[in-house]
Design a protein. Structure first.
Length: 119
């Protein structure tokens, strides 16, 4: 079993910055990818940023140039630095990990952390 622990988030004014962090723990042979998704009220969950270890990163068009995802693979950690935040960035942000444990590959989700951007 793998657990994802999220930290960061909170309330910030438009134009401000926040940093989210996610640490994966448990029985981990290899992390294939880690990233952040978000879900605003009444909307579907959407990809924000993703790191495929050894391959590269993907960003939603709406956050390109404002958000940066980074990883510390040896620490099983992914951070999301969010800058120039907009009210439309308000959502619950979820960490996601694609993990190979022993002979099994599974996807895991964190519990979510609230990000609120005031205008």
């Amino acid at each position: 079993q793998v657990q994802l622990a999220e930290s960061g988030g909170g309330l910030v004014q438009a134009g401000g910055s926040l940093r989210l962090s996610c640490v994966a723990s448990g029985v981990i042979f290899r992390i294939n990818a880690m990233g952040w998704y978000r879900q605003a009220p009444g909307k579907q969950r959407e990809l924000v940023a993703l790191i495929k270890f050894g391959t590269g990163t993907n960003y939603a068009d709406s956050v390109k140039g404002r958000f940066t995802i980074s990883e510390m693979n040896l620490k099983n950690t992914v951070d999301l630095q969010m800058s120039s935040l907009k009210p439309e960035d308000t959502a619950v942000y979820y960490c996601n990990a694609d993990v190979t444990s022993l002979s099994r590959r599974s996807e895991y989700w964190g519990q979510g952390t609230q990000v609120t951007v005031s205008s």
